[in-house]
Design a protein around this ligand. Structure first.
Ligand SMILES: Cc1ncc(C[n+]2csc(CCOP(=O)(O)OP(=O)(O)O)c2C)c(N)n1
Ligand SMILES: [Mg+2]
Length: 1057
């Protein structure tokens, strides 16, 4: 109403340019009065003149005005008749074939005054131009509101985002400029009736309305407390769907029961924060004050979604209001929440996390829908938005395991802060997963708790986009900005968003524009930086008070009822508080977001199953993997691939495997055992190095593909191999989320080159290396990281092995006592496994070991590049068949091992450098002098097996050979662990060292005489020296020549005895 009046005022305020002058470049005319009664007459008189054909009509009309002969005779007749004042319908002569008009449309000519007062007119008459002009203008106004109404909407409870123009007495000058600039109807036009185009639903059943009512309704729909951005959506069906739900008058009206429910929920949301503030006034809790409506909003989304069939909801959210969400949305027992404030010790293992990061998992009855629902809030780090892809991965996984292929049963809700939503790139990466076949979760509901500030920074300094939600436009998600102080508008938007998700299975954003009543946290002073904003906030009544007053005034509730609901909730909190006081310990597992029921029960936590596989299985998988699709002779495979398949088949015949075949056998054998395998990453289907080829493409038929590993056995588990979007942070986060959902799956993410993993550093640091310690949540995710110095320059050489090793939690000064279950015990205690395997068999076993373990640990695996085709990098079936296992250390097995006493150097290494060392040793004829042992697993450090190898070569100097620079690779990790081991093994020592020899002396010469002195052996342990590249800032040189020189030096040094 108000706004319609404003519109009218503007038109009087002297703007002379006609609204539609840009549409019809014709001389303007004076206003004519329209007899509204005429509207009640004919509606279907001119069927071709509907909204969708108006552009065509306009073109025809323009052409006709310019030259009546230039249009079809039927058009000429029509325009002539119409301009001569023909009765509705009478002007019509069948025109060229136009689409039939929609049911809610009326013909334009029916709105032309039929008689009386109508001047006699002829072709080109200004009066008729005006009629058409005005209708086109009204259409354009409607469209303007739909497209840009949000700019003028009253969505800010503080009224600070939209500046006031005092002289006009209105907000949002942009809207005046953009929407109404050309508007020049005057008061007399306000009661003229205009037909409504098919693209609006403001009329409900009316097909035409007076201009005044049109404007009123548009104002109500688009410029009240909801601002909608949706006109960028490419689908007309979806645009109309939104218009249908937002435009009819009174769509946001709620009945008394609904209002009371909102009030009750708002009371809890507000009461919870008040209670915490009262009991723990100086504790940080990142309260929701100012955006308390978030809780009723989430509950509304959940209610509607469960009504529409959703059974499980996975949520991710930041700090703000998190405790409130756990308490009032998830209904986590309040006393458990309150014990988090008590500073109690934990009963279980782990280092824990602050209370506003912890996750939870609840199954409960939704009282509104009377359906059982599962709610999970994922644990998340401080790193804002990092949890987004994790939630998506978890949601996708849950959908997968339930067979919910369309996302009807499982869905995700992501909550965001305004500053983080706009600022964090991972939001964009996550959005871009939303429609990809192997990553979609079939629509996420995003809710922004938009308090118009990020810590101390105003939006104008924290984003360049108009809204904090603009990122969602890239995926055609509708965006609803809503004033957080209008609870009913918020609920309406929630209803529409939930329905949208259930209908179209696409993302949608609810932007709750609100404010932050306190500082960033409860002990911060916001007036330091936002004095004016906070003066305004101080004067703003809490939404609960406003809404309670409103409902009391409406007679929906009484003041006593309001007080009663409030007191009851306070009592609930007080009781829980007293209960919490009885607790003596907290339990981290109370906060687990992904319980694996049945996985740990009845298992020996230190018993690992075998990883070897019967030969028959290896052969079967090998053959399938080396064959074109069975029974599909017409499937045309690329000739190069046929050669690869043939050579694979030959390997199978010869009982050997290369890297790709070993990998396929690992996956295939797990699939056979019912373990789902999912391999995701950039270009993983073929493999960056064109070695994998898990998906064969028909050379003649588009999108016809074949994946052998998905068709190995009729009852196998599903295999997913999927090329991802070009994202590391988003995709790795997604796979982490996928991996934590079910332990009976091997989930792998492959970096294109290991070098790129640091783009996902946050996921690695915050979730993978520390997730179990912080949140008792295990993950068996595998990171495949192509790594190796092969002269490919600084960004294609290093997966930064050193970083992963630096984050290993095992103590370098502690050597675990030996036991029969040494391997599994170490794995149990570590935070993750870091390995750099040198053989296909090791790769096969270590992948299978991920599942053979009775728990789950992340595996960080350096993987090869040139080794994929290295003729020596092959394994025999003998190393993989039943009875074989993963070798954490591969000892020397050549001539040196036959006479160990004579071996002068024992070199330890890991990964591909082994093959360079091997060749060098052979070339130099040092096979009896130098033994090479390989650490296939670097961390946990295989003390037991390293010790045995060292003991075998008592006279050998010990060297660690690596191809990485000295400040990179494994050296900094293995050096202190070797020291610990050697100090613990004083009986093993080289005499040269007992004489004070340093690693330098070992390198440049050694004492041949065998050791005899027992006292010396006890006091002087052996040491290990370094053989590798010097320290450097960059991981690798960009010069091939420099690379080769460095390698030569390394290898020459390796041979120095
Ligand atoms: C990735 C990241 N960078 C910086 C921070 C530090 N930080 C914590 S809260 C915050 C402001 C967040 O603002 P907003 O997203 O609007 O949420 P609000 O606190 O206003 O609810 C910042 C910068 C962080 N937690 N994560
Ligand atoms: Mg904010």
């Amino acid at each position: 109403m108000h706004r319609a009046r404003i519109v009218f005022n503007i038109s009087k305020s002297g703007q002379s340019e006609r609204f539609a002058s840009w549409l019809l470049n014709k001389p303007q005319t004076a206003a004519v009065s329209v007899n509204a009664n005429r509207l009640k007459s004919s509606t279907a008189a001119e069927p071709f003149l509907n909204g969708s054909s108006s552009a065509y009509v306009e073109t025809m009309y323009n052409a006709w005005l310019a030259d009546p002969n230039s249009v079809h005779a039927s058009w000429d007749a029509f325009f002539r008749n119409a301009t001569n004042g023909a009765q509705p319908g009478a002007a019509y002569t069948p025109p060229p074939n136009l689409a039939p008009y929609n049911k809610n449309e009326v013909p334009l000519t029916s709105l032309v005054p039929s008689s009386g007062g109508m001047p006699s007119i002829s072709a080109g008459s200004p009066i008729n131009e005006k009629i058409i002009d005005d209708h086109l203008a009204v259409q354009a106004i409607i469209r303007s509101y739909q497209a840009r109404g949000h700019l003028a909407a009253d969505v800010d409870p503080l009224g600070i985002t939209t500046a006031t123009l005092p002289e006009l007495g209105m907000r949002a000058p942009s809207s005046e400029l953009i929407m109404r600039k050309y508007f020049n109807f005057d008061e007399a036009d306000m009661d003229r009736v205009f037909k409504l185009p098919s693209t609006t639903f403001i009329g409900e059943k009316e097909k035409a309305l007076p201009l005044r009512e049109i404007l009123n309704r548009l104002e109500q729909a688009y410029c009240n407390n909801i601002g909608i951005e949706f006109m960028f959506i490419n689908s007309l069906e979806q645009c109309n769907w939104i218009r249908q739900r937002m435009e009819p008058p009174n769509v946001t009206k709620m009945n008394a029961d609904q209002k009371r429910l909102i009030l009750a929920r708002l009371t809890r949301s507000t009461g919870f924060e008040n209670f915490l503030a009262k009991k723990w006034s100086s504790e940080k809790r990142f309260g929701l004050e100012g955006c308390e409506i978030l809780i009723p909003a989430m509950k509304q989304v959940i209610d509607v979604s469960t009504k529409l069939g959703v059974e499980s909801i996975i949520m991710g959210m930041p700090h703000r209001g998190r405790l409130n969400v756990l308490a009032n949305v998830c209904r986590k027992p309040l006393h458990q929440l309150f014990t988090q404030f008590a500073g109690l010790e934990a009963e279980d293992d782990g280092s824990g996390d602050v209370k506003y990061h912890l996750g939870t998992y609840i199954e409960r009855l939704n009282r509104v829908t009377n359906k059982n629902i599962r709610l999970a809030v994922c644990a998340n780090p401080s790193h804002l938005e990092a949890v987004d892809p994790v939630v998506q991965g978890k949601t996708r996984a849950e959908q997968f395991y339930r067979g919910d292929n369309e996302g009807k049963k499982v869905m995700s809700i992501l909550l965001h802060g305004d500053a983080a939503f706009a600022g964090q790139g991972v939001v964009f990466e996550t959005m871009h997963l939303s429609d990809l076949p192997a990553y979609t979760t079939h629509g996420t509901i995003h809710i922004v708790a938009n308090n118009q500030i990020g810590f101390t920074t105003d939006p104008r300094h924290s984003r360049s986009s108009a809204y904090c939600t603009d990122v969602a436009r890239v995926v055609n998600a509708p965006i609803f900005h809503v004033n957080g102080d209008n609870p009913e508008a918020v609920m309406h938007v929630c209803n529409v968003a939930a329905e949208w998700r259930a209908t179209f299975h696409k993302d949608v954003v609810i932007d709750i524009v609100s404010y932050r009543r306190n500082g960033h946290n409860e002990v911060d002073e916001p007036m330091f930086t936002q004095p004016l904003m906070y003066q305004k906030i101080r004067k703003t009544k809490p939404v609960l008070e406003k809404y309670a007053d409103q409902l009391i005034a409406e007679g929906v509730v009484t003041a006593e009822e309001v007080k009663d609901v409030k007191d009851k909730y306070e009592k609930i909190c007080e009781d829980a508080y007293n209960q919490a006081k009885q607790e003596t310990h907290i339990k981290y597992k109370d906060w687990l977001d992904s319980p694996w029921s049945g996985f740990f029960e009845g298992k020996d936590p230190l018993k690992m199953s075998a990883t070897g596989v019967v030969e028959e299985t290896l052969v079967h998988i090998g053959r399938r993997f080396s064959s074109p699709p069975p029974n599909a002779a017409e499937f045309e495979i690329h000739k190069g691939l046929l050669r690869i398949l043939k050579s694979r088949m030959e390997m199978v015949d010869n009982r050997t495997v290369d890297w790709a075949l070993a990998e396929a056998m690992a996956y295939g054998s797990l699939l056979k055992e019912g373990i789902h395998v999912r391999l995701s990453g950039e270009d993983v289907e073929r493999g960056t190095f064109s070695h994998r080829h898990h998906v064969l493409h028909h050379q003649k038929v588009d999108k016809a593909t074949y994946c052998a590993l998905a068709h190995l056995y009729p009852d196998q588990a599903p295999y997913t191999v999927c090329n991802s979007s070009l994202s590391e942070y988003g995709v790795l986060g997604f796979e982490v989320g996928y991996s934590v959902t079910n332990p009976n799956a091997l989930v792998l993410w492959e970096a294109q080159f290991g070098d790129f993993n640091n783009v996902a550093q946050c996921i690695i640091d915050q979730f993978i290396s520390s997730g179990q310690a912080k949140w008792v949540r295990q993950s068996g995710i595998v990171l495949l990281q192509p790594h190796g110095m092969e002269g490919m320059g600084p960004e294609h050489s290093s997966a930064r092995l050193e970083r992963f090793l630096q984050m290993c939690s095992d103590d370098p000064d502690y050597m675990p006592p030996e036991s029969p279950d040494y391997e599994v015990r170490q794995l149990h205690d570590c935070n993750w496994i870091v390995a750099n395997c040198s053989t296909p068999a090791s790769y096969f076993h270590i992948l299978r070991r991920q599942i053979a373990l009775p728990f789950r640990k992340p595996l960080i695996l350096m993987t090869p590049k040139s080794l994929l085709r290295h003729p020596e990098c092959k394994s025999s079936f003998d190393d993989m068949k039943e009875g074989t296992n993963f070798k954490r250390v591969i000892p020397e097995e050549g001539p040196a091992s036959e006479n160990p006493q004579n071996v002068r150097k024992l070199a330890f290494c890991s990964g591909r450098v082994y093959y360079d060392l091997l060749k060098q040793r052979r070339d130099k004829g040092l096979e009896k002098d130098i033994a090479i042992a390989r650490l296939e697993q670097i961390s946990p450090f295989p003390y037991d097996q390293v010790k045995a190898e060292i003991a075998k070569y008592p006279n050998a100097q010990l060297v660690w050979s690596q191809e990485e620079h000295k400040n990179m690779g494994s050296w900094s990790y293995i050096e202190p662990r070797f020291r610990t081991l050697l100090q613990n093994q004083k009986q093993i020592r080289a005499k040269s060292q007992s004489k004070g020899g340093s690693w330098l002396s070992q390198l440049f010469g050694r004492d041949e005489s065998p050791q005899t002195n027992a006292q010396e052996t006890e006091t002087v342990p052996r040491t290990i020296s370094y053989n590798g590249r010097a320290t450097a800032a960059s991981p690798a040189t960009g010069s091939k020549a420099a690379h080769n020189k460095e390698l030569r030096n390394l290898l020459e040094e390796f041979c120095v005895l």
